[in-house]
Design a protein around this ligand. Sequence first.
Ligand SMILES: Nc1ncnc2c1ncn2[C@@H]1O[C@H](COP(=O)(O)OP(=O)(O)OP(=O)(O)O)[C@@H](O)[C@H]1O
Ligand SMILES: [Mg+2]
Length: 298
Amino acid sequence: MPQSISDFFLKLTPFDFRLLSVIEILMAKYEVVPTEEIAAYMHYTEKKIKASLARLRSFKLIFMAQRHYLGAALSFIGYDALALKALVEKGIIAQIGPEIGAGKESNIRLAVNDEGTKFIIKMHRLGKLDFRATRRARAFIAEKRHISPLYESRLSAEREFKALSDLYGAGISVPQPIDQNRHVVAMHIIKGQDLYRIKKNEFQSEKEVMTLFENILYEMKQSVKQGYIHGDLSEYNIRLNEDNYPVFFDWPQFVKTESKQSNRILIRDIQNILNYFKKKFQITVSNPDELLKNILKT
Ligand SMILES: Nc1ncnc2c1ncn2[C@@H]1O[C@H](COP(=O)(O)OP(=O)(O)OP(=O)(O)O)[C@@H](O)[C@H]1O
Ligand SMILES: [Mg+2]
């Protein structure tokens, strides 16, 4: 993110925000929305929205593109602004804090609620938005196979929120979800450390390592019981909380157990875990098939 979110939040007028959300609405129809259409939708002249468009652009909230018409499209930062504003208005977010991580497919920030409690906002970012690279000016809707990166990111956030809600509700060790808007998921912080960062000597004994291994398998089994397979489980998507208990996060790519590929994906998840324990702690399992059977047994 090139500048602090609170920065443009303070500088944007209600009119700017309205314009931003009109562009969002019209992007259901256009990849790049003609400014003429934006103005017409708002019952203004193009001249009247010009300064506001320039301001949105200067904050990198929109792209402007000259096709055979002049058009505008939301950037990820613009989409962030709309989602965060909605969460602020709903009373979920009181203040937005610093970015604490940028994964391949998301930006993670801290936020604070009215009571001063910190939590995580995960802004999904799937696909790449680059309007200079595309020359296509045709209406977006005509091309059904093409999913916009913004829409794809929203679907990903919706999937993650659904998984977290179901799993947390069933008592499985995942971050407690708070809310979701567009491509943004708000959830509780898992205090502790990512598993991949933990050094071998931070474990007191081999027994402690074995307990962790068993707890991970137990949580996998519990999620399978709820119909969920993580689909990207590894030391990179597990945190150890303050009691050293594993918490599984990063769920958007889950598969349901009834899906055709579920066994293959579950085997891959198990294999990732086995590889980690083998490489880091030289722990090997004599019968991995037995393990799989046990996890699948309800
Ligand atoms: N609820 C949470 N509590 C604490 N830290 C978190 C939480 N969610 C995410 N993080 C931190 O942010 C990082 C990225 O999160 P996550 O894996 O969900 O995003 P991602 O974009 O899918 O990342 P990647 O593509 O690298 O897997 C994690 O490694 C973790 O350190
Ligand atoms: Mg991850």
